[in-house]
Design a protein around this ligand. Structure first.
Ligand code: M6R
Length: 628
């Protein structure tokens, strides 16, 4: 995920911005850059890879005492992670540079318009389009006022530093005009030699906050960026922009331009805590950011109620699919079997990578291998991938980490766009894998021209972020309540049927890896074939009872457990009920898996926290298992 920091004040800004970028490193990034003013000329330095590359370049530059600077770390999702795509981006006329988080959805339309006017683009980014759009608006204002464009005013502009306020209203208006035309999400900061003592920054659906110091102000996407200097913060809201200098700031509305009184909040976190956005653990933070993850996964993949996965367009529609993965990624693969078979009518086999690679697997002609891996570095999954590539089977890699081995070695890759997952227990990565796999099922259904309900499913999917956002606080309370009640357990069953079966496996995996309570996931219908012998009052069950065609059968399964004195937590959707005291209601949706998964994650999290376990780094586990 990208990170932003901007500074104006009494300290040398460039080293401060570099340090701020380092504190945003935990978010993950693949390139970085910064901009500052040198003799009132805009200087931009950018570099691929780690921040040390940028530091090296900066060290070779004469003036690092500039009092104003902006910086950015980029986590590429669209456009390669190369220097030309990294931020800051300048306008063609060098009037300004911007850093930007988020996605300008109508960038192509705006770019076409600017191309027609003769603008040139040096990157694949939407950010460069926004930079030129602002400068185009500025030129329009200058032409009306001075009958000249920015480039024709160079002589006058040389004396600008003495009189920076003169052009501030024009730049502000241009900034606002451009942002009013940009749809999507942005946190954007602008630096310009026209306003050498000021930064402009705005937000829409992407975090941006102002740090308030004495004789200095900071603007950043995340608190840790400026935490050593101040804990006093103003959170910008959507459609707000801020004009800041070393001595003042004013927050205004983008549409009406009026100043808005803002509250200054004091951040109680230390650096370590702030890196978790104030959450006690990364795991909790990652669970809570899943509404955003749901949104991010869809970005660039839907068009006119159709699924677009252009990465796959050149591969033939397979006759069968072999999904290979480990752990949580395996559970996501197993879950997708139902949808791939239902919507795409493609037979699917799901395999554990460590088993697959040591068999003599026989793949079908025209079979597509799908490997799923959050990290893209899991040794067993990579081994399976290599085996299939050696046999010349096409491999689709589904992974989260850009440039990882799976991404590089697969025939084609789909990124899950979940942002860096730091906690060892995988949470948001699985949710994002499920979104991509569901899109894959719809995509093949479309390509096969089947009567699959693409529009209806997409409508449900698009509604999920809001439903989940609203549900999370209540789910957390419920998870706490049940964790307290069930912390006595030494063993747990997790039961699910149909689409809920793989979630039961995942629920059990999460509980055991975090709280070290033994847990087994079973297909609800299978329990009576042996495992039910274990049931007694000390052996509880977590049952998934979705409002689908399996509901009555699941209800019978729960009754069988209850009649043997087994205690059951039943996770069910609003509008249904069961003869059971420990009911956990989640909102009604046709895709309940996307709500049930975070609920189970929260239950495991609260259980582990209550039992005093090391939530983010459970014993014996590593984030990425790079050994066999
Ligand atoms: O990076 P991967 O998705 O390939 O990792 C696979 C498993 O190691 C991983 O999902 C593991 O099971 C998680 N720690 C579970 O939370």
């Amino acid at each position: 995920m990208c990170g932003i920091i901007g500074y104006c004040g009494h300290r040398p800004a460039v080293p401060l911005v570099l340090e701020g970028l380092k504190r945003l490193e935990y978010r993950g990034y693949d390139s970085a850059g910064l901009a500052f003013l040198q003799l009132n000329k805009l200087e931009v330095i950018r570099s691929e890879g780690k921040l040390c590359n940028l530091e090296e370049k900066v060290a070779k530059t004469a003036n690092t005492f500039a009092p104003i600077s902006i910086g950015h770390t980029r986590w590429a999702t669209h456009g390669l992670p190369v220097e030309r795509n990294s931020h800051p981006h300048k306008s063609n006329n060098n009037a300004l540079a911007i850093v930007h988080n988020g996605i300008i959805e109508n960038f192509q339309e705006l770019k076409d318009e600017l191309l027609q006017k003769g603008y040139v683009f040096y990157s694949d980014t939407d950010t460069e389009v926004l930079a030129n759009l602002i400068s185009d608006e500025l030129d329009a204002l200058f032409a009306a006022k001075f009958s000249k464009k920015y480039e024709q005013m160079q002589a006058e502009l040389e004396s600008i530093s003495q009189n920076s306020l003169q052009y501030l209203p024009y730049m502000e208006e241009a900034f606002r005009n451009a942002l009013k035309r940009a749809h999507g999400a942005y946190a954007v900061v602008l630096l310009s030699p026209l306003i050498p003592q000021h930064l402009l920054a705005a937000r829409l659906s992407a975090p941006l906050l102002l740090g308030i110091g004495i004789g200095e102000y900071f603007i950043a996407s995340d608190v840790p960026a400026f935490l050593p200097y101040t804990r006093d913060v103003v959170f910008l809201d959507d459609n707000e922009y801020v004009v800041l200098s070393a001595s003042s700031y004013a927050v205004k509305n983008i549409y009406v331009g009026e100043e808005i009184a803002k509250t200054v909040h004091h951040i109680p976190w230390d650096l370590q805590g702030a890196a978790k956005d104030g959450y006690k653990h990364f795991m909790l933070k990652e669970i809570m950011e899943q509404p955003r993850v749901l949104q991010d996964c869809l970005v660039g993949r839907l068009q006119d109620d159709m699924v677009c996965l252009p990465e796959l367009d050149t591969l033939a529609v397979p006759d069968s699919i072999r999904i290979i993965a480990c752990g949580t990624s395996y559970n996501a693969g197993l879950w997708s079997q139902y949808y791939l078979e239902q919507f795409a009518e493609i037979p699917v086999t799901v395999e554990i990578a460590s088993e697959f690679r040591y068999r003599k697997p026989i793949l079908n002609k025209n079979e597509l291998v799908v490997v799923i891996s959050q990290s893209g570095e899991t040794a067993d999954t990579l081994g399976a991938l290599r085996l299939c590539r050696e046999k010349d089977y096409p491999v689709l890699g589904i992974c989260n980490v850009l440039g990882s081995s799976v991404a590089r070695e697969a025939t084609v890759s789909l990124y899950t766009q979940a942002g860096p997952e730091i906690s060892v227990a995988s949470t948001k990565a699985m949710l994002s894998q499920m979104v991509v796999l569901l899109l894959l099922a719809l995509y093949y259904g479309q390509r096969k021209k089947l009567a699959c309900p693409v529009r209806e499913v997409l409508r449900e999917l698009k509604a999920l972020p809001e439903i989940l956002e609203n549900a999370l606080p209540k789910m957390r309370d419920k998870a706490k309540e049940f964790a307290f009640q069930y912390a006595f357990a030494k063993s747990f069953f997790y039961l699910g049927r149909g689409i809920a079966y793989s979630l039961a496996l995942e629920g059990a995996l999460k509980l055991k890896e975090l709280s070290y309570i033994h847990a087994e996931g079973y297909a609800t219908g299978e329990i009576k074939h042996g495992p039910i012998a274990l049931i007694d009052p000390d052996f509880p069950t977590f049952a998934l009872a979705f409002d689908d065609e399996n509901f009555s059968k699941v209800r019978s399964g729960i009754q069988e457990i209850k009649s043997r004195q087994g205690r059951v937590i039943s996770l069910l959707q609003e509008g249904t009920t069961l003869e059971n005291e420990d009911l956990w209601y989640i909102p009604k949706t046709k895709l309940p898996e996307f709500i049930a998964l975070p609920a189970m994650q929260l239950f495991s999290y609260e259980m582990a926290d209550y039992l005093g376990k090391d939530v983010d780094q459970p014993r014996n586990l590593a984030k990425s298992v790079t050994v066999e």
